[in-house]
Ligand binder design. Structure first.
Ligand code: NAP
Length: 491
């Protein structure tokens, strides 16, 4: 099993010791005492203050040449490191480029040397693989930390290592690098570095100890949300609360994939490294539909995929749990649209999910979209018979029983006032807004002002998430825990 290591810094020895105690009592396997970052940390003070935990410590005196703060000369650093070893440190962390001679002269203690290389100015797969092989050959544990530019780069980083049996540690640093840490257990890494808590997250891409501990074994469940941009997402909090509640070895991360041409490659790469599945959000639900190998019936019908399961043979199966989420939200609100006139505004992925859910419930559906040709295209590609009408025709329409907003209008940061004429809102039995942030959108406020039932998008988010959780884990989702977490997050 992969071991966790929490870097310890601190303005002085006492605060560093406190932090180390906190990490070890919270379940860290090792602490890395960054002696170069702790004021007044010399061999004597380390001996005095850390003697009882040195057997669970990595001692690092990073040279200024390698981005650390130690001003000691080569010979002084060697003396210092030898002293740390003789005091009983579990490991010393040395540098491939700066410490070759020291590593040779410490050959007897090779097993207790973590040999590190930082590739912060770029790397190629060849250079990375060569550096990590060399670190593994010369040290007891070979470690490479490399800069990644996004989550796709993180996948390329892990793919660059052939994964022989040597003790290694390979981590990305930068946006999206959390995935490289979450997969440490699956790629068979000996060690992974993580932060004690949210406050101590210093290296971009680190996970907290609590999150990291959940995914240290080969059978852990690594999933996440593909989209761009992902600033507003509530899904990681909701799913991580579910994993925590059930004590499952799982983690859910944001996967911000910057361009649509990378979505398929990212899914296949992450799946090959052991990811269990994905959620997909704006603007990639149709891209995901085209990228998967198999589809469940509803996703095929909707031509939009919001959930992907990596099958045992590595193939990708697409689902559309928005359909279930939408139906559940209506059911929870006691809204039965059977044989009733329903208006959907919007003709994107969310609208497609609503069409299928409402069609199965026996509603008489009409669609209105800003670009009428997209509504026509929806009807044609889904092979459904329903009326489409331009937005400016709504004013003359008879009352609808249910009105559904499937556009981002009203979303935090997007803004906009309700597209539907007020008289239609006032005459409806219920209005549903798929927008879930804020909970109280201008459309739902208008409905409530007329005494019309308002159905919140948060309920749909909750139930589509619960269904996806069940697809990935085969376990019933703790819906109430997920709901509580969502409500807390949204305020
Ligand atoms: P999408 O595929 O990008 O489609 C967006 C739709 O909104 C299109 O029909 C677009 O019209 C229309 N639209 C965009 N801006 C507009 C504006 N200013 N005025 C009028 N119409 C506008 O997005 P989606 O995946 O369908 O998602 C739509 C919304 O549903 C998002 O806010 C999303 O967060 C929400 N959603 C919520 C849940 C949930 O669980 N609660 C699930 C899925 C989606 P054009 O065709 O003219 O561009």
């Amino acid at each position: 099993m992969t071991r966790t290591c929490v870097p310890i810094s601190g303005k002085d020895i006492a605060s560093a010791r406190k932090m180390a105690d906190s990490a070890l009592s919270s379940g860290a396997n090792l602490v890395e005492i960054r002696a170069d970052l702790i004021t007044g940390a010399d061999a004597d003070s380390i001996k005095k203050s850390f003697s009882d935990i040195l057997g669970r410590s990595v001692i690092t005196l990073r040279s200024s040449a390698e981005g650390g703060r130690s001003g000691l000369s080569g010979a002084e650093r060697e003396r210092w490191n030898r002293a740390a070893l003789s005091l009983g440190a579990a490991f010393l962390d040395l540098e491939l480029d700066a410490d070759r001679k020291m590593v040779e002269s410490l050959a007897d203690a090779k097993k207790r040397v973590i040999l590190s290389k930082h590739m912060m100015d770029g790397w190629s797969p060849d250079a990375l693989s060569k550096a990590l092989s060399e670190c593994c050959r010369l040290g007891g544990v070979g470690k490479v930390a490399a800069k990644v530019s996004d989550v796709c780069d993180g996948v390329r980083l892990l793919e660059s290592w052939s994964g022989d049996t040597a003790s290694f540690c390979l981590m990305g640093m930068g946006p999206g690098a959390e995935l490289t840490r979450a997969l440490a257990g699956k790629i068979g890494a000996e060690l992974v570095y993580c932060a004690l808590d949210e406050k101590s997250l210093v290296a971009p891409g680190q996970l907290t100890l609590e999150m990291q501990k959940r995914v240290l074994t080969e059978d852990s469940i690594v999933v996440g949300l593909i989209g761009h941009p992902l600033g507003h997402t509530l899904s990681p909090g909701m799913h991580n609360a579910a994993f925590k509640e059930l004590g499952m070895p799982g983690i859910y991360l944001p996967f911000d994939v910057p361009d649509e041409s990378s979505v398929g490659g990212f899914m296949r790469g992450a799946a090959g490294l052991g990811a269990r599945g994905f959620n997909v959000t704006i603007p990639y639900k149709e891209v995901a539909f085209a990228a998967v190998d198999h589809l469940d019936d509803e996703a095929r019908r909707a031509k939009a995929v919001n959930t992907v399961l990596v099958e045992e043979d590595g193939s990708l199966r697409g689902f559309n749990t928005d359909i279930f989420g939408f139906s559940e939200a209506l059911r929870a609100a006691d809204c039965d649209p059977r044989n009733k006139r329903v208006l959907i505004i919007g003709a994107g992925g969310a609208s497609r999910a609503a069409v299928i859910a409402l069609w199965k419930m026996g509603a008489k559906i009409e669609i209105s979209n800003r670009s009428p040709e997209r509504a026509e295209e929806l009807v044609k590609s889904m092979r459904v018979f329903l009326k489409t009408l331009p937005l400016d025709a709504l004013q003359g329409e008879k009352p609808y029983s249910l009105i559904v907003n499937a556009t981002p209008v009203g979303m935090r940061g997007f803004g906009g006032s309700p597209i539907v004429p007020d008289k239609l809102i006032a005459s409806a039995e219920a209005v549903m807004d798929m927008v879930y942030n804020p909970q109280e959108t201008p459309l739902l406020s208008a409905a409530e002002a007329h005494g019309v039932k308002a159905i919140h998008g948060l309920d749909m988010l909750l139930h589509q998430g619960a269904k996806a959780f069940e697809i990935w884990t085969g376990t019933k989702a703790p819906v109430e825990v997920m709901r509580k977490q969502l409500m807390g997050a949204i305020g």
